[in-house]
Write a protein that binds this ligand. Structure first.
Ligand code: FAD
Length: 317
């Protein structure tokens, strides 16, 4: 079922969902299941599976170091299929512009359709670690709105190089990213919102936000988006702080602000066990307020760990 259909069916009740990250190449999928298992009691109607950008690794060959670009966490579509089958829930593969040609994207979408996957999260992807700015892949898209258009074209039976007349069209429900504190490259929130509007105009059906720790940022973002005529569901994405290092890491990587009160509470902790508890309590307060405000879904970034999400969900759902 589509994410938007789940939301409609819930009739105003806030749903629980979360995102998982594929294991590193050669890793064990059982570890992923071990993280999903404890969260299934909260009945997620859908689970997102991220796609990683490629990175440089060094390989020794004939005594010389060779630099190669590889994807360290492949398998998104396969994992979506296995989760869908194992848990009987819908899955949402994240599809990126970066690292994929349009043809490769098309093949991935064909696989998704054959596997009964009905939702796609369309993203540009970040720059690779060694790059200062995002560089489009040769033959790939530059911005997420172009990717949305390609997905939408396929739902209309328009493939890149038509071979036969499309007789069985996928009807993907398309999610895109939104940034309550603006995307790091955007000169202003208004500019970024116009680009968000482009993604909706291209055919996106719902938005999932970047994480935020101050709900007022989300409420203001939704208000501005509605004023602009963006009427699709805007799902808040949140995450509990888990370690002290997050105080530097999260603002640095995601260009988001942390409220002074939260910074102070984390800094006063004597170890990461205490930080974890502070992070859970903050996330519970955030979740309760968002739920009371009637958000369609509370979407949690698990980042490979589910115990703290379970602690939050147990108090909220
Ligand atoms: P876009 O919408 O293309 O926007 C990128 C920037 O370009 C913005 O600053 C925007 O304002 C600007 N822009 C957009 N269109 C234009 C245009 N036509 N002309 C000029 N400027 C334009 N990353 C991963 O690698 N894997 C994942 O699985 C993943 N999942 C994510 C899930 C969510 C919910 C979120 C919020 C982010 C996720 N990301 C993921 C991170 C995401 O890939 C990055 O934030 C990326 O830098 C931007 O992606 P986007 O789809 O928002 O890009």
């Amino acid at each position: 079922m589509k994410v938007t259909e789940h939301i409609e069916q819930a009739r105003g009740k806030t749903l629980f969902s979360f995102e998982v990250v594929p294991p590193p190449k050669g890793g064990n999928i059982q570890e992923l299941y071990n993280n999903i298992d404890p969260l299934m009691e909260f009945n997620p109607p859908f689970i997102d599976v991220t796609t990683s950008r490629e990175e440089y690794i060094y390989i020794e060959r004939d005594g010389l170091l060779d630099r190669k670009i590889v994807r360290m966490r492949p398998g998104t579509v396969g994992i979506c299929a296995s989760i869908k089958h194992k848990y009987q829930v819908d899955t949402v593969p994240h599809v990126l512009c970066g690292g994929f040609t349009r043809e490769e994207t098309e093949y991935m979408l064909v696989d998704c359709h054959y596997l009964g996957i009905e939702n796609i999260m369309a993203l540009r992807g970040d720059a690779m670690k060694h790059q200062r700015y995002f560089e489009p892949t040769k033959g790939g898209h530059t911005y997420a709105n172009e990717l949305v258009r390609q997905i939408k074209d396929i739902t209309r039976g328009k493939y890149l190089h038509d071979v036969v007349e499309a007789s069985n069209r996928p009807d993907f429900c398309i999610g895109v990213a939104g940034y309550p504190e603006k995307h790091l490259e955007a000169p202003s929130l208004d500019y970024d919102l116009k680009k968000l509007q482009d993604k909706i105009d291209a055919g996106a059906d719902y938005i999932v936000t970047q994480m935020f720790f101050d709900n007022s940022k989300y409420f203001e973002f939704v208000e501005k988006a509605r004023e602009m005529g963006i009427n699709v569901p805007i799902i808040p994405g949140i995450k509990p702080i888990a370690v002290k290092r997050h105080l530097q890491l999260l603002p640095q990587v995601f260009k988001i602000d942390l409220p002074e009160e939260l910074i102070h509470a984390v800094e006063s902790c004597k170890d990461n066990k205490e930080v974890r508890q502070v992070g859970i309590e903050w996330c519970i307060q955030q979740s309760r307020e968002l739920k009371d405000a009637g958000v369609p879904v509370l979407h949690y970034y698990s980042m490979g760990k589910s115990d703290n999400i379970k602690a939050v969900a147990s108090s909220v759902f």
